[in-house]
Ligand binder design. Sequence first.
Ligand code: 13P
Ligand code: SF4
Length: 338
Amino acid sequence: MRSRLKDIVPDAELRYKSVIADEILRLKEERNAVILAHNYMEPALYYSVPDYRGDSLELSRKAAAAEQGVIVFCGVRFMAETAKILSPEKTVLLPARKAGCSLAASITAEDVRNLKAKYPGVPVVTYVNTYAEVKAETDICCTSSNAAAVVESLGTDTVIFLPDEYLARNTAKETGKHIIFPSKLPPAQFDSDLDYQIIGWHGKCEVHERFTVEDIENARSQFPDVLVLAHPECPPDVVEASDFSGSTTAIVNYVRKHPAGRYLLLTECSMGDNIAAENPEKEMVRICSVRCPHMNEITLEETRDALLNNQYVIEVPEDIRKKAYKAVKRMIDISAKD
Ligand code: 13P
Ligand code: SF4
């Protein structure tokens, strides 16, 4: 931990955190647990206890393949729920009581049922950033790393894509499709003269919606050589003005493999620290005030307490889980062919 983080985390904090990390490693062994950590975890957690780190898709795969009896999910609730959907016989622990997500909170199962009634027969794609009840109403899930592939795999003229408006717009652009929003267009017009349509929703990520083209222009005016990397939950004009857009792991890999020296990361702040720690010779020009308050709830302390007190156990009612499983598994099977 110290060799990676000596320039990122103060020494006194590192010493305190390393004691907790040791305790977690002991408890992990005792409880036969596997720890999965999203790329947005704080550096001291990210570089100490996880067995696997990654984006939503990679962690779903690891959850499905886990052999241990306990999965500790260092991420937000919808991710831990996805692990439970895939591994119902395991105990899945989320180290914080809430750890929500503005996208997951933006849509209900009833909203999806209403859309299906309005557009009968149109397949429904939902971003994994949704709760199990919503996934259960869905034909297939997607993540930021496979959204275009999932949409194209359906082979239909129209798809319903929920709930992230910006990911839907960015995916429409990537696939060359048109996008409409149900509230703005009466159903009679929905299959008019457009050759392919994505029917969207108005959910937004409270972190990524804050980035602007002006942020990029300011950075480029100060650092003309900067490479701008944006998560596809950012507004389409921001993605358009960037040099690269991809999932959190795609961003990690881009910096890892690219020789350039300076990057502006338009995504959650801790991930910038984690990338900076791995690439000390490269400079991260970040807008550091943007931290996901939900991801931020998960720390080393909470992870230790999760294992100590068996909290917070994720449950998904079996009827909902079975339906949601089909949508998540279908996505994993499609992505496995990549
Ligand atoms: P990734 O699947 O790219 O890790 O994104 C998850 C997320 O919540 C980003 O805000
Ligand atoms: Fe949800 Fe945005 Fe936080 Fe990701 S960064 S968990 S999309 S609120």
